[in-house]
Design a protein around this ligand. Structure first.
Ligand SMILES: [Cu+2]
Length: 167
């Protein structure tokens, strides 16, 4: 009888541990996504841009190491800097999502560049985007397409931000 009750305590403890293991956040759900959208493309444009804010609730940095979308041949990660009044974009192989912090993408800053658009992106459409993280793995997002006015900044005039200057 005594042996039995020890066993049930052990079993009870084990199932309790199993439950807490399930309830504890795994690396893959420490990331939260907000302010996600792709900008509507202009007629004839074969590149697009998308943005998302990634919040990392974890205590370890993660890294965005790649992105893919069915509407583009390739999705690159870009940072933008202003050099002598000209927006200059740089391709990155990984972007840090700091522990207990966030990676915020926005026009004129860090963005996802959709290269080789297979279709025009129209306001109201949805764009699928797969994000690959070093630790959290793959995450699938659906981004609404929004019309974003070009030249929000004083210096940018009519030049669309986050678009290559050469084409
Ligand atoms: Cu870009």
């Amino acid at each position: 009888m005594r042996e039995w009750s020890v066993r049930s305590v052990v079993l009870g403890l084990l199932s309790f541990l199993a439950m807490t293991a399930v309830a504890a956040p795994s690396a893959s759900n420490r990331l939260e996504f907000s302010a996600a959208y792709a900008r509507a493309s202009m007629p004839g444009q074969d590149v697009g841009a998308a943005y998302v804010t990634i919040q990392n609730q974890g205590t370890e940095d993660d890294f965005l190491v790649g992105a893919q979308s069915p509407v583009a041949t390739e999705v690159d990660m870009h940072t933008s800097t202003m050099m002598q009044g000209m927006a200059h974009m740089q391709r990155q192989s990984r972007l840090r999502v700091p522990a207990m912090g966030k990676l915020e993408m926005k026009p004129g800053g860090v963005h996802l560049m959709l290269q080789g658009l297979k279709q025009p992106l129209k306001e109201g459409d949805q764009v699928e985007m797969r994000l690959d993280f070093e630790k959290a793995g793959q995450r699938l997002l659906k981004l609404p397409v929004r019309a974003v006015l070009s030249g929000q900044g004083k210096s940018s005039g009519a030049m669309p931000m986050d678009m290559p200057m050469s084409y």
